[in-house]
Design a protein around this ligand. Structure first.
Ligand code: SAH
Length: 398
């Protein structure tokens, strides 16, 4: 039931195979003559100030540089008009701004936009901009691929390649921000793209800190949600940072047996340890935890599953975010019907557990986690990332 059922990797210009979505020419970037140079925002505000002092200038130049990048959306050091020419030249020599190459830029009918970026080592990463009346939410990735192996998720189908650097995480944010008109700004960040954010906390935290440091985007921790498969010690580490980040825990099943089938890392962790860590997060931060639950038709969506889930969460200050399965070409899972989903919500509410069903965004542009990247990769090398078994050319579901 949980195996990969198609192996249709569309490697011949897949970007242009979607008639509904709009293809936009890649953004022009002007200073990347040497792509291997570090991104200037890989440096924290303090590190950049120290660099400015080393160049013989005042430390406050760092805030000027950051304002140009974060606030004024410039794409070249030459456009930073209030910096001395010599400093601009040193910046150009030593740093890059946007070295990733925009491999695809899709715009869905609901105006959700998705970027596929090719990093300087050729790896691919995706990020998304979603529009709602009063919100501009972006979804960013933290790793190339994912090592968690959740069986319904496209991100982990080819395993984990590497962590993203702080600069690579920030480049996604800055490039999505540049898709917005001048009068609009990012209002929320969800760390729910490719990868397990808590497995790359060391690079993620400085990136998120940078958003709120002087000269940054002014996005406070309350506007940022970090989603995790549920790594207990890392959840506690996040809580102890002293920042008001929101935590979302991907539960996806109310019993050990089912959760281990859907979220294989559960085998060595267990639901109780995840819930205990989430309770500690609430205790330390005072922030209500969200539990994500992907609805897979015929797998975890029965009224009994809802009842068991409610029993787990009833005594906690929690909110359930139900995510109807976002179809992944290579996987056979499908979302339940609307009445079945409503029944699930009703059952949770009957037990006093608040729940919402996540609205689908960008359905016509491969917006499911990791799908766009997956479709750009060369064909699988013969091993199933989940089972480690030889891949067979199966084309239909059993
Ligand atoms: N590694 C993090 C972030 C994953 S993406 C985590 O596990 O939370 C954010 C959410 O989308 C997670 O709950 C993830 O399980 C879910 N998700 C992944 N693929 C999905 C799909 N095809 N349909 C619906 N939800 C999916």
């Amino acid at each position: 039931m949980f195996r990969i059922c198609h192996l249709r990797f569309e490697i011949s210009s897949p970007i242009y195979a979607f008639s509904q979505s709009v293809i936009i020419p890649p953004m022009e970037t002007s200073v990347e003559k040497t792509p291997a140079l570090p991104r200037v925002y890989e440096l924290s505000r303090e590190q950049l100030a120290a660099w400015c002092v080393e160049q013989g200038g005042p430390a406050y130049r760092a805030d000027q540089i950051r304002r140009w990048i974060f606030g004024k959306r410039v794409n070249s050091f030459d456009d930073m008009h209030d910096l001395p020419a010599a400093l601009r030249a040193r910046l150009t020599e030593q740093f890059s701004l946007f070295p990733a190459v925009e491999t695809a830029h899709r715009v869905a009918k609901d105006r959700t936009e998705k970027l596929l970026l090719e990093l300087t080592d050729g790896e691919l990463v995706e990020c998304v901009l979603m529009r709602e009346t009063d919100r501009r939410t972006i979804c960013i990735s933290t790793q190339v691929g994912c090592g968690m192996g959740c069986v319904f998720c496209a991100s982990g189908l080819r395993g984990l390649k590497r962590n993203l650097t702080t600069g690579e995480i920030l480049e996604q944010i800055l490039r999505l921000d540049r898709l917005l008109p001048r009068e609009e700004a990012i209002t929320n960040v969800v760390v729910m793209g490719i990868g397990e954010p808590l497995a790359n906390l060391k690079n993620l935290v400085p990136a998120l800190d940078s958003l709120n440091d002087k000269g940054g985007l002014g996005l406070g921790a309350r506007r940022i949600t970090v989603s995790t498969v549920g790594l207990p010690e890392k959840i506690r580490e996040l809580a102890k940072l002293g920042k008001a980040y929101n935590l979302a825990v991907s539960l996806h099943a109310p019993t050990e047996e089912l959760r281990t089938r859907l979220v294989p890392v559960n085998k060595n962790i267990g639901i109780e340890a995840v819930l205990q860590a989430a309770d500690d997060f609430f205790e330390i931060t005072g922030r209500r935890v969200t539990y994500e639950y992907v609805l897979l038709s015929g797998v975890n969506d029965s009224p009994e599953h809802a009842r068991l889930l409610a029993l787990l969460l009833q005594s906690r200050i929690a909110h359930v975010n139900l995510i109807p399965m976002n179809g992944v070409t290579e996987l056979e899972f499908v979302e339940p019907t609307a009445p079945r989903t409503q029944e699930f919500v009703r059952m949770l509410e009957q037990y006093g557990v608040p729940a919402t069903v996540r609205k689908r965004k960008g359905a016509d542009i491969d917006a499911a986690c990791g799908q766009l990247r997956l479709h750009q990769l060369p064909p699988a090398t013969g091993m199933d990332a989940i089972s480690g078994k030889e891949l067979l050319p199966v084309t239909t579901s059993p």
